[in-house]
Design a binder for this molecule. Structure first.
Ligand SMILES: [Zn+2]
Length: 259
């Protein structure tokens, strides 16, 4: 039985669901330039945002949602991993402390400036690549992806890369008045470094792309065995609620399905 409910904040970019008191999943609406799911946690005294979407406009909407739901702007913003669909909205959180693993910081510094330069110089012709897709569901996914990329291209003139301010190696803990939140990394699985946010009191985690629900996984490291090892450690957390990087809010069962 899920105790997930909708909340009174409407965004064209994402659907906000309350997972527990003060804990919200921002599940993207496809094709709006948001692409990767995000989240908001009212730690008690401080507000935390988990990931920042693919473009600044949905990130701005996430910031407004955090302000509306918790009564204050976010103090902390997490970058779960180096992929653009989780970090390209960083710039709207100019007054917050952005946190990632040390390796994710390095990967963002190494990869993202070149990626932005490349997209600015040669916008990808995705329609061409998608032309021969026949399966209607694949076709629909392709169309949404193309729309996400078009939204990113529209944001390019003002899109600025904002890197994390603070990095950690294995574990960092936020001690809020309401929640203790552990930011954990088990190494690299989906990318060479992935972090999750664990709220032990309510057996809930924001897993980013380590767990994806109803969504085929992709990886950009060479050894998927490491991902399996990470999933075993995530499974050991005995989660009740999983907020994935892609797809709807899931349960601990989705960690095992992913494996
Ligand atoms: Zn990713």
């Amino acid at each position: 039985m899920m105790d997930i409910s909708r909340v009174p904040f409407e965004s064209p970019y994402f659907q906000l669901e309350q997972v527990a008191e003060g804990v919200y999943a921002a599940i993207v609406r496809g094709g709006t330039g948001a692409w990767g799911n995000a989240g908001i946690v009212d730690l008690g005294g401080e507000t935390l945002v988990f990931d920042t979407f693919f473009t600044p406009p949905p990130a701005q909407s996430l910031r407004e949602a955090a302000q509306t739901l918790t009564g204050r702007p976010p103090t902390y913003v997490i970058n779960s991993h180096c992929h653009s669909d989780h970090v390209f909205g960083n710039q709207v959180f100019d007054d917050a402390v952005i946190v990632s693993t040390t390796r994710t910081y390095e990967l963002m510094s190494e990869r993202l400036p070149a990626m932005l330069e490349e997209v600015r110089a040669h916008p990808p012709s995705l329609e061409e690549a998608a032309r021969d897709v026949q399966d209607p569901r694949m076709r629909r996914d392709q169309d949404l992806l193309i729309a996400d990329y078009r939204a990113m291209e529209a944001a390019l003139p003002t899109l600025q890369l904002r890197l994390p301010d603070l990095t950690f190696e294995r574990r960092m803990v936020f001690h809020g008045a309401r929640y203790k939140a552990e930011l954990l990394t088990f190494g690299g699985g989906h990318t060479p470094s992935d972090a999750i946010l664990h709220l032990p009191a309510i057996a809930t985690a924001f897993t980013a792309d380590i767990v994806q629900v109803d969504f085929h996984p992709s990886t950009d490291i060479a050894n998927p065995d490491e991902w399996l090892d990470i999933l075993e450690q995530v499974d050991n957390l005995a989660l009740k609620h999983v907020i994935p990087g892609h797809g709807p809010v899931g349960t601990g069962e989705h960690v095992r399905i992913m494996r």
